[in-house]
Design a protein around this ligand. Structure first.
Ligand SMILES: Cc1cc2nc3c(=O)[nH]c(=O)nc-3n(C[C@H](O)[C@H](O)[C@H](O)COP(=O)(O)OP(=O)(O)OC[C@H]3O[C@@H](n4cnc5c(N)ncnc54)[C@H](O)[C@@H]3O)c2cc1C
Length: 394
């Protein structure tokens, strides 16, 4: 018995989305990718184009101005963008997944009416502030505090490694979802806009190994005044928001590694067919076959895991940490290894920008760190298996 179910394009809408993003990538993303990587510059015009195409509000319901799509659609967008420009894709992820989706799931009608049109169109660039200079993996150890004074909160603390923290050398990003501790050490989240009194830029982080087309910055909150209307949900309730959004973050970061893997397999296949050594195409050498075959098989295996995890996700609730962590663990190590294999197959040509894999190789490493390190994923998967391996492994 055969099935017509397509795991990667489960509906016609998904297929159309993939075609649309692929066309956008070919015409507008690819031509600017190397230049923006080298210049360490975020392409704000390209970001606005992503807004025009409906990509910035991809998981926001249509009645709120979004595309009303699911986690599989988000995976498709990240896979296709990242096959060309993971740096730009990371800025897209920080905005569309970490800010827009997170905000949308936890905001009330008044907050949505005020903020969504600006972030879905791309007029505003958003980001999410969880990590701190001394706290990454150990996120619940954060020290940023929000203390209520009447109708406002005062936020004090520093947030580190914030993607889209600045949009150019001088300018802060427009809006941030900031996690902070409130009474009883419970986590709450706040919308902080550029221009809020006490909100300032810290250092712009320069000279990253990869993902250079996205900006990264430290942000400083010094008695920063935030109106109560900018709190998301009830005070102290945001641990759940954080956990739920981390699942989508991990599955879309994993999708970025799929894009890197796909492009690297394409590049190494083409090159091994065309390039000759000792009178034969490279593909005839057993050691090269090992790189190609293993890369292809690893990419296919990771792709199936990531898409299967995404299709089981309900964006409205948490519940699949074991697989969002597991899929990112597998896909990001695959992405790095496949990029390395591609560089090896290309020899010296693989080591320079023109052949693309050099850039993807540098970008691939971040995905083993950002949104949770490999070690954090190993810890989470093992913890979840310890609790319920009998249901999960059957
Ligand atoms: C380019 C870039 C963009 C980023 N964008 C954002 C963003 O937009 N918003 C945001 O909030 N954050 C962002 N981050 C931060 C990122 O999520 C953290 O870097 C990551 O979570 C790891 O935290 P850390 O760097 O503090 O490392 P640490 O947590 O200090 O870890 C250092 C090492 O120790 C290991 N380790 C820690 N605890 C354990 C343990 N219990 N068991 C075993 N090993 C352990 C880690 O796995 C790692 O190998 C970004 C980071 C980068 C580099």
């Amino acid at each position: 018995m055969s099935s017509t179910f397509d795991l990667y394009n489960p509906t016609e809408q998904h297929e159309m989305l993939r075609r649309m993003v692929r066309d956008f990538v070919r015409a507008e993303v690819e031509p600017q990718a190397l230049e923006h990587d080298r210049a360490e510059r975020f392409n704000r015009e390209l970001f606005r184009r992503a807004g025009e195409l409906g990509l910035l509000g991809i998981t926001v319901a249509e009645e709120h101005g979004g595309a009303g799509m699911d986690a599989v659609a988000a995976v498709i967008a990240h896979e296709e963008l990242s096959a060309s420009d993971p740096g730009f894709c990371l800025a897209y992820l920080a905005h569309a997944m970490l800010f827009v989706n997170n905000f949308y799931r936890n905001s009330d009608d008044a907050q949505r009416a005020r903020i969504l049109p600006k972030v879905v169109s791309g007029e505003w660039v958003g980001g999410m502030c969880m990590s701190e200079p001394h706290v990454g993996t150990d996120v619940l150890g954060m020290t940023t505090r929000a203390v209520r004074h009447g109708d406002e909160y005062r936020l004090t603390g520093r947030k580190m490694w914030i993607t889209n923290g600045m949009v150019d050398e001088q300018t802060l990003g427009d809006v941030f979802l900031v996690y902070a501790k409130t009474e009883g050490d419970r986590i709450s989240s706040f919308i902080v806009e550029k221009g809020a009194p006490g909100f300032e830029q810290g250092q712009k982080i320069r000279d990253k190994c990869g993902m250079r087309a996205s900006t990264t910055a430290e942000l400083v909150f010094e008695d920063c005044r935030v109106p109560v209307e900018n709190r998301l949900g009830e005070e102290g309730d945001s641990l759940m928001h954080m956990m739920r959004n981390l699942e989508l973050e991990r599955v879309t970061l994993a999708a970025m590694s799929l894009g890197i893997g796909m492009r690297c397999v394409q590049v190494m296949c083409r090159y091994a067919n065309e390039r000759k050594a000792f009178g034969k195409p490279l593909r005839d050498f057993g050691q090269i076959q090992r790189y190609i075959a293993r890369s292809y098989a690893q990419w296919k295996a990771a792709r199936a895991y990531v898409y299967d995890t995404a299709r089981r996700m309900d964006l409205g609730k948490p519940g699949n940490r074991v697989d969002s962590d597991g899929a990112k663990l597998v896909a990001t190590t695959m992405g790095k290894e496949v990029a390395d294999n591609a560089m090896q197959v290309l020899g010296g040509y693989g080591y320079v920008g023109e052949y693309v894999v050099e850039r993807l190789w540098r970008d691939a490493k971040l995905l083993e760190i950002g949104g949770g390190t490999l070690e954090a994923h190993e810890k989470n998967v093992t913890k979840d298996l310890a609790r319920s391996w009998e249901q999960l492994v059957s």
